[in-house]
Design a protein around this ligand. Structure first.
Ligand code: SF4
Length: 96
């Protein structure tokens, strides 16, 4: 028997036509993790440029932060488990 992944929320991924801005904190975090170069270009392992372009226009209404969160930020969040059929499986733990 396989236990279902422990998670609290299925969060729908939404799309916007506007390019979502990356807050400076997120940029710093991405750079620290080696996911963004000095020019601000994203480098996520296994994610194609086409996919990246799409990810930049996606966001979630985060149930933990109670705010709209850029998908890339959600992707690197400790609560992020996986992305399934347009939804993020989120652990829902409190975030600092
Ligand atoms: S994974 Fe993180 S950013 Fe994404 S919805 Fe859950 S708490 Fe919010």
């Amino acid at each position: 028997m396989v236990d279902e992944l422990e998670r609290k929320y299925d969060v729908k991924i939404q799309t916007t036509e506007d390019k979502v801005k990356f807050p400076d904190e997120l940029k710093a975090e991405l750079k620290a993790q080696g996911m963004m170069d000095d020019k601000g270009k994203l480098k996520l392992k296994g994610v194609s440029p086409k996919m990246l372009k799409r990810m930049k226009q996606e966001y979630v209404e985060c149930p933990v932060l109670k705010d709209d969160v850029q998908f890339v930020q959600c992707f690197i969040c400790p609560n992020f488990q996986s992305r399934v059929m347009g939804e993020v499986l989120c652990k829902g733990e409190p975030l600092k």
